[in-house]
Every structure is written in structure tokens, then in C-alpha cells.
Design a protein around this ligand. Sequence first.
Ligand code: F0G
Length: 435
Amino acid sequence: MPGELACIETSCRARYAITDVLYNCPSCGGLLEAVYDKPAESAEDLKCLWRERRMSNDPLDQSGVWRYREFIPFLGDLSHVVTLREGCTPLLPGKLAAEYGGLDAVVFKHQGFNPTGSFKDNGMTCGASQAVALGMSRVACVSTGNTSASMAAYASSAGLQPVIFIPYGNISFGKLAQALEYGAKTIQVEANFDQILALVRTLAERLGIYLLNSINPFRIEGQKTIMAEMLDQRDWHVPDWVVLPGGNLGNISAFGKGLRELKELGLIDRLPRLAVVQAAGSAPFYDLMHSSDRSRLNAIGHPETLATAIKIGDPVSWPKALHEIEASQGVVEKVTEQEIADAKAVIGRCGIGCEPASAATLAGIRKLTAAGIMRPDADVVAVLTGNVLKDPGYIHEYHTGVLRDPQGTPIQSNFGNPPTVLPNDSERIAAFLSS
Ligand code: F0G
């Protein structure tokens, strides 16, 4: 049974066919989610089946998303799957990062090990597969860079035309370069992410293009498997906290849904607390969680942060995210540009590395432990959402001491590691290395 689409609004809960091309509920405008009957297998059978598949050479089993296909059963025909062997990302301990964050230990679930270097691949394999199943020929997204890189790769590999919209001058070259290389028709619009999303939604409907932003419920299904894989790798031992950066809030929605469903299926017996960290200049969800009225999010008209991946002022998935934070007794934190930059350098010193948005996790952990909200002996998994090479310009500027925040204030290179220029002279180089 491939399931149905359901409106998330408790006052509505209207149901639609899984093959309807919908992003919002036609009845009340609410967000939609995929819902399914319980799988036939028991929790123990699923655990065994998913573990055994790691030994298989079948492309579906080698994917860290489709290996968990009983957990995301929206496709009637698995021959529609588009996979680049996404997922299968490691859990990496970071000793220095733990010390910096005020924890005894921390483990990073590094989604930057994905085929296009970000967690978006977990969702995109599902979104692109649904596009194929629906017989679409063109797919589109607006993006701060990672969604577009991922969509371009998956669409091209499936023979679909990728059309991407990006805020002109506001995405890193690494991400733009990926979109061009993977063959996307790339439109740079002189507007911010939120303004372009509104534009693309009307254009997609008018031109019959399938929209693959995280408002697409199948993207969320794929991103759920990040939590399934993390727990599988920990022999289903539930951490106390899962920490992640928040932008458009699709990922927190996916993690929360995934964890709740794993609990309902009996694969875990409790939920970890979810902690979302936003950049202080782009923190509308933080503001919502700290306001007395949570019935409506006040968008930020001009979001600012050097962590361009999360430079979003009007996150579409906030109602889902709010539900997941409340259901998991979670928290939302915000961190400054300086805090992100230093945390990122510390993650780098662990030999791990990540892009700026991902480092908001460690910066947030440091604040949460200092505030006594997170205990030093807590079992914490932080999700690094993007690869270190996504934004090399930022890294070079930080280590050479010229990085400035969006207001032009210099960022201190507290963990700076600038390169040294020396002449081609062995004596001088030897003297430098012995000093
Ligand atoms: N981290 C990175 C590296 C991202 O690229 C994004 C989002 C996020 C965190 C936030 O995730 O939106 O689910 O809360 N990037 C989107 C994009 C918006 O277009 O690539 P979220």
C-alpha cells in the first residue's frame, strides 16, 4: 500500500491520493505529509532486514535511504527509484568539539559525505523518484545552494530537466558550480530566498513543473531516513539530544516525523530531544518559540548571515517544525556569526570539517550547555548538514583574518590557521619549521 497524503492541520486532516500533485491542502491550505498503514514486518524483523541489506550489492540496498524502504513506502513501483547511493553517512566522534561545546563527548552524523555533499540527497532521491513515477519531465526548486546542487544531480541522472532559481550573489560558488556542472537550467534572481519561493510556486503551477523544495512531502520522507540510519548505526540506542541547524525547517520536520514513526513502530521506546539552531540574523523560528503567541510566525524581511544555506526569513515548514519541537520537548537556540565561525574552525580541527550552517550545531551546543539546558554528560548527536568544501571562500577569509559579518564588522580568527608564504629556500623553510 503506497499510502496517502494527509493535511497536517488537526482541524482538517483531509486525505488525498499519494499520486496527486499537491504541496498544500486544497481544502485549508495546510502543509501535507505522507501517511501509511503499519508495515507487515515486526520491529525486530525490520531491524534484521535493514541490517542484512548492508551486505547486498543491490543499488536499492546500497542506498542509505532505500535500504529503509518499508519506512518510506510511497512508491508503488520501485523501478522508479533514482539513486546515487545517498546516505550511508558516518557517525564521527569529535573530542575537541566536545570540549569546546562543554560536553564529555559528541558525535557528528556527517551528511556532507553524501553524493552531492549535503543532507539534501537523502530527500532528493525520494522527490526525484516521485517525479519519475508521476511522469514529470521538468523539476524546479529555489535554493540557497544545496537543494539546487542535489536536485540538479538527481534530475539529470534520471533524464529530467532541472530548473533552479537562486538568490543572485547569495550562494557559495561551490554550490553554484555544482548546479552548472550537473546541467541545471540556472536562473539567478535579484531577490531573496523567500521572495523567489513565492515566485517559483506560481510559475511551477503555470508551467506544469514539479516542485522539489522541502514543501514537497516526499523530500521529507527521504530525510526521515537520516534518523533511521543514525539509530541503526547506534544499535537503536536513542541519544538524549539530536542537534541540527534550521533554515526552511524541512529537516527538523523530517527528523521529528521520522522519530515519532520509529517509536510508533516499536523500533525505539523514547524520543530524543530535538535542538534547532538558527543564525541570529535569520532566526524567525527562534523568535516564534520565545513568543507568547505561537499561532503565527513573524517573517524576517531581510535575513542576514554568512551561513547562506540558512539565510531564510520566512520558513515554510514552521507549523511542522513547531509540532516536532513540542512533541520532543525540544529547544530552539540562536548563535552569532562569530560563534558559528569559531565552532566551524573547531570542527575542522577535529579533522572533520563542515560548511558554515552546519557549525551552528556546535555553537548552539556550547550555549545550551552553558545555560544548563544540556547536561555535560548528555548523549548528543549533532548533524553536520554540508561538506567542508561547499564554501571554501569563507574558510580562507576566516583563517587569513579578513572575514567580516554582514554588517561589515570583522570576525576574530580565534582559531585562525593562516598559510605562510616562503621563498624557495630550504634553509629558510627549515628555520621556519624549527621555530
Ligand atoms: N544546513 C545546510 C547546509 C543547508 O543547505 C540547509 C538548507 C540547512 C542546513 C537548513 O535546513 O531548510 O531543512 O531547515 N538549505 C536549503 C537549500 C534551504 O536551498 O539548500 P532546513
